[in-house]
Design a protein around this ligand. Structure first.
Ligand code: NAI
Ligand code: MG
Length: 362
């Protein structure tokens, strides 16, 4: 079967960035004979306006039957007053839930030309290339019991429960070890086994999985608080970090700031391999719909383009094509071309479409 991608541009700057990806895909079809069956549909506010729901059933069905979904961003002030159940963000949550995307991949890669944009010293981030794998569908954000209850003495008590099963730990562990095999062969597993039962189980299961299936990979364990510290102190000691939902939420945001702008950060969310050998996958930039700059041809399309590069690498096994896209981005940055969000003082910024032109030229 042909390789298939579902485009869900969404709202705000989502469609603007996705237009630049489409140009690169068209170029690849012409120049590299890499072609995809491309379908496009609505998500978020755009879907609410057309169908009254943030993700139509027919769109969900399509998402479940393609090799990869590429999403722009959802949300915006127009839909802010809707009840939570009807908000644009629910479209994305439905995709994640029904595709069962349990592994969230957040690379922190520092482009040399942007070293000075990092919040850290150049020697700490120069050459940085790490990947955080966050468990996305379990843990304390979903565990039961949860709620706020009244106590007899008039106080109230807020409750969340951290729960992990062996299967939940092992499947995200597999993703992390497999990724490390395509990278530098090193996984750091992070939890708080010193104070949490779920952390004890996490460490035991990752250790077992390593012995059973992945002993070619180097494995370390690190308490999550220390991992936060080490990410800022010496991030280059890491290759792949695998961790739970809560710690992954925080550690991936810390890692994001090592590299500079939101407009540069791609992500992938992966699920199980189905009967056809296809791993459910959704690729999207980390940023949102940026209503403050939407419609002005100002958005940085690189996070979305780099998300497409991740799709090439991880879903389609087209490492050469992924390298081409990433190298083009690097060359463009090296040549000093910048959208406003990554612009150094005193330089002139280019538009979204001009950034797309520059990447295509490279
Ligand atoms: P945001 O990521 O959309 O924007 C935060 C700031 O970063 C803004 O000043 C924006 O202009 C800037 N920015 C973000 N991406 C950029 C890019 N590619 N190029 C240049 N500048 C960029 O987050 P915010 O403002 O909190 O949320 C705006 C809307 O997006 C909300 O409706 C929110 O719910 C939604 N959202 C959607 C996400 C998604 O679709 N995955 C993720 C985060 C927020
Ligand atoms: Mg977060």
């Amino acid at each position: 079967a042909n390789k298939s991608i579902l485009f869900l541009p969404g709202d705000g700057i989502g469609p603007e960035a996705m237009t630049q990806v489409r140009r690169v895909i068209e170029w690849m079809g012409r120049e590299r004979s890499v072609s995809f069956d491309l379908d496009e549909d609505l998500v978020g506010g755009a879907a609410i306006d057309a169908h009254g729901v943030p993700l139509a059933d027919a769109t969900m069905e399509k998402a479940l039957n393609v090799d990869a979904v590429l999403l722009g961003a959802v949300g915006g002030p127009k839909w802010d007053d809707l009840p939570f159940e009807k908000k644009p963000e629910r479209g994305l949550l439905r995709l994640r839930k029904e595709m069962e995307l349990y592994a969230n991949l957040r690379p922190a890669l520092c482009f040399e030309a942007l070293v000075s944009a990092s919040s850290l010293k150049p020697e700490i981030v120069s050459g940085l290339d790490i990947m955080i794998v966050r468990e996305l569908t379990g843990g304390v954000y979903f565990g039961e019991p949860r709620g706020i209850e009244e106590l007899p003495d008039g106080q109230r008590r807020g409750i969340n429960t951290q729960v992990y099963t062996t299967n939940e730990i092992r499947r995200v562990g597999d993703v992390a070890f497999d990724l490390a095999r395509k990278r530098s062969g090193h996984v750091t597993s992070s939890e708080k086994a010193n104070v949490m039962e779920s952390g004890v189980l996490w460490r035991q299961e990752i250790t077992k999985l390593h012995q059973e299936k992945h002993s070619d990979i180097k494995l370390d364990h690190m308490y999550a608080d220390n991992a936060g510290m080490q990410l800022v102190r010496n991030p280059k000691q890491f290759d792949v970090i695998v961790t739970d939902n809560l710690f992954g939420d925080m550690l991936s945001d810390v890692a994001a700031m090592l590299t500079g702008s939101l407009g540069m950060l791609p992500s992938a969310s992966l699920g199980d391999v189905d009967a056809n050998g296809r791993r459910k996958a959704l690729y999207e930039p980390v940023h949102g719909s940026a209503p403050d700059i939407a419609g002005q041809d100002k958005a940085n399309p690189l996070a979305t383009l780099l998300s497409y590069a991740m799709a090439l690498r991880y879903t389609f096994d087209l490492a050469e094509e992924a390298d081409l896209v990433e190298q083009a981005v690097q060359n463009v940055l090296d040549s000093g071309i910048r959208t406003p969000d990554i612009m150094a003082e005193g330089t002139k910024a280019v538009s979204t479409s001009a950034m797309g032109d520059a990447v295509l030229a490279e």
